[in-house]
Design a protein around this ligand. Sequence first.
Ligand code: NDP
Length: 327
Amino acid sequence: MFKGLLLDKADDGATKAAVTDIDEARLPEGEVLVDVACSTVNYKDALAITGKSPVVRKFPMVPGIDFAGTVAESTDARYQPGDAVLLNGWGVGETHWGGLAHKARVKADWLVPIPSDLDARQAMAIGTAGYTAMLCVMALQDRGLVPTSGPVLVTGANGGVGSIAIALLAKLGFEVHASTGRLAEAEHLRRLGAREIVDRSTLSEPGKPLQKERWAGAVDSVGSHTLANVCASLRYGGTVAACGLAQGLDLPASVAPFILRGVTLAGVDSVYAPQARRLVAWQRLANELPKDLLEANTETIGLDAVIALAPRLLAGQVRGRVVVDVG
Ligand code: NDP
């Protein structure tokens, strides 16, 4: 038996969540059994645990879209007992039992070796949110963005994706502007590397199709009117890496920024990103993300505190990253 967070559907359709003892024989199939040390609470995990959105496709389900730990058993030659591994995405925590439990059994193809200069806790302080932030930075750089291009905006600045995107872009020498609804956290955002703080209310309402050219690039985890206004405010040839929907799934925009300013809307998906890109992203995170900022951006909780945290995260009341100490 091992301890884990289990989700089930009640008769009225509501999601029931409980920390409980689970029989190891119930774990899904996979070549590698992992002793999970740490997991995290991402936006998607909070949606799954609260049942606010149909993230979980089959019940019962152990949520947790990411985890880090040690290989306990493996029938795949690439992994041996004792290897330090992490996992993001691939439907884990949605269609395959995930990381918010002491044990996980997964496909070997889904695992990434933890880079040697990160431990399991640091890997999860980064987690899916931080790895997605790096994929967004890579998407901007792929399209030629360099620090001399001009300032870069990060929306959802106090969230997991936003906070790590700020630290990464600032370390690379970009002038980072941070859009937030929590102006009281401005000092934290400046410590991460933000040069200017933008009140998110100036971006979250319907705006003109073309606005003053402000930013050369942007990382957007918010969507909806905010993403439309960001597109309308990018400088000629600018790019926005769009990865999230914290404000909404809609995109009430016009084509004006694309056809008149050559703006690029670059979509970023972390769940099914190819392995080669994952390995680059994780090695870059290990090399480029300052460890002291990572620590200052992270809160650690136990498995028993996850259910209460989920609605607070969806309400935008959690700053930075939350690591769950599972072990
Ligand atoms: P968090 O909850 O940690 O951060 C979201 C942030 O968005 C909040 O902290 C808040 O920042 C801002 N925000 C919240 N509500 C609103 C609102 N109504 N209007 C405008 N801004 C708002 O989530 P994550 O950082 O983990 O994830 C962010 C988004 O990215 C989510 O939608 C998530 O699903 C998505 N995502 C997508 C991935 C992919 O593969 N494409 C991978 C990972 C995440 P502040 O208080 O500073 O304004």
